[in-house]
Design a protein around this ligand. Structure first.
Ligand code: BDR
Ligand code: CA
Length: 311
C-alpha cells in the first residue's frame, strides 16, 4: 500500500479524486492533504478540502494550507469552469474540521524528512507551487520522494487555458519546471488521457443508483462543470482529470503511455506553460516522465463507481 500526500486545489474533479483515494484504504494511505491556490484562491481550496474529507467521513485526515500564489507570477484562477467556490453544483455543510496550524510546505518537508527514503508518493492535482517551494527550501528531500503522480500538461490535446498550455502547468510554469527537472520519477496524466474519461449520462445513471450523499455530490459537481467541456469541445460529458491520478494508485495497468523527455516552456509569451513532450523521440534529451496517453475508460468508471459506493 502506498503512503501518499495529496496536493490539491479543489475543484470538483479534485474532490472526486480525493474521494476515490479515501474510499480505497486498502490501496492508498492518505497521510495528509496540502492545498494550493489554483482553481480558486487558497482560502477556498483549503475550505473545500475540509468539506470533502467530511463528506467522506474522514475527519481524521490532516489538511494543511500551502502557498497562496505562484512562485513568480500573479495567480490565475478558473471560476469560469468550477464556479465561484470551486465546488459549485453541490451544497456541502460548513466544515467542522479545522485546518492544521503547520504550513503545507513545512508538512511536506517534515514528512519526507521523517519517513524512510522512497516511501512517500506525492499526488498533485493542481499547480506545482507547494512541491517546488518544498524542493527549493529543502533540496535534501528531493531524492527521498518515491514518485510524483501528477495531473498536468498535454501533448496531442495541446491547451485548455491557452492554445498550448494546460491549466495546472500554466498557472505556475516555474514551479512545474523545477519539479519536471528534479530527477524524481514522475507519472503525468495530461489532457490526452483525462479527456478520455468523460462522465456520460450512462455513468451519471450508475452514480445516481449509489444513492448516497457522496454520489449526490459527485453528480451535482459533474453536472455543473460538464457544460464547460460540452460547449468548448463538444465532449460527451465532464472530464475527470484529477481522478486519473488516484485511479493510477489503485489500477496502474489501465493507463498506458511513453517514458519520454518533457520540458516546460517558461519564456515564450505565446507558448508559456506548454509541456514540450518528445513523444516521437526526435531529440536526445533524457526521458524524465512517464507521460500517459491512453486509459481504459470502462475499467476506470467500474473502479470509480465501485469505490464511491463504499463511502
Ligand atoms: C486541471 O485544471 C483544473 O481546472 C482541474 O482541477 C485539473 O486539475 C485540468 O486542466
Ligand atoms: Ca485540480
Amino acid at each position: 500500500m502506498r503512503k501518499v500526500i495529496i496536493d490539491t486545489d479543489p475543484g470538483q474533479d479534485d474532490a472526486v479524486a480525493i474521494l476515490l483515494a479515501l474510499a480505497s484504504p486498502e490501496d492508498v494511505d492518505v497521510i495528509g492533504i496540502t492545498t494550493v491556490a489554483g482553481n480558486v484562491p487558497l482560502d477556498l481550496t483549503a475550505r473545500n478540502a475540509l468539506q470533502v474529507c467530511e463528506l467522506a467521513k474522514r475527519k481524521d485526515i490532516p489538511v494543511f494550507a500551502g502557498c497562496d500564489r505562484p512562485l513568480m507570477r500573479t495567480l490565475i484562477t478558473a471560476e469560469h469552469v468550477h464556479g465561484k467556490t470551486g465546488l459549485a453544483g453541490a451544497d456541502l455543510p460548513d466544515p467542522s474540521m479545522s485546518l492544521q496550524d503547520t504550513h503545507g510546505v513545512d508538512f511536506l518537508i517534515q514528512v519526507l524528512t521523517d519517513n524512510p527514503t522512497g516511501t512517500v508518493t506525492l499526488c498533485t492535482l493542481g499547480p506545482l507551487t507547494n512541491i517546488a517551494t518544498a524542493f527549493n527550501q529543502a533540496p535534501e528531500i528531493i531524492n527521498r520522494v518515491q514518485e510524483i503522480i501528477l495531473m498536468g500538461g498535454a501533448y496531442f490535446e495541446v491547451g485548455n487555458i491557452t492554445p498550448t498550455a494546460e491549466f495546472n502547468i500554466f498557472v505556475d510554469p516555474e514551479a512545474a519546471n523545477i519539479v519536471f527537472r528534479s530527477g524524481v520519477p514522475i507519472v503525468a496524466m495530461p489532457l490526452d488521457v483525462t479527456h478520455k474519461v468523460l462522465v456520460t449520462p450512462n455513468h451519471q445513471q450508475d452514480i445516481s443508483v449509489i444513492g448516497s450523499d457522496v454520489s449526490q455530490a459527485v453528480l451535482g459537481w459533474t453536472k455543473f462543470y460538464e457544460r464547460f467541456d460540452r460547449d468548448k469541445y463538444s465532449s460527451a460529458g465532464a472530464p475527470l482529470h484529477d481522478p486519473c491520478v488516484t485511479a493510477y494508485l489503485i489500477r496502474p495497468e489501465i493507463f498506458s503511455g511513453r517514458f519520454v523527455n518533457v520540458e516546460i516552456e517558461t519564456q515564450s509569451s505565446l507558448t508559456l506553460g506548454m509541456t514540450v513532450a518528445d513523444w516521437w523521440r526526435v531529440t536526445d534529451r533524457e526521458p524524465n516522465v512517464q507521460f500517459m496517453g491512453n486509459v481504459d475508460s470502462d475499467k476506470f468508471f467500474a473502479l470509480l463507481i465501485d469505490r464511491l459506493g463504499r463511502l
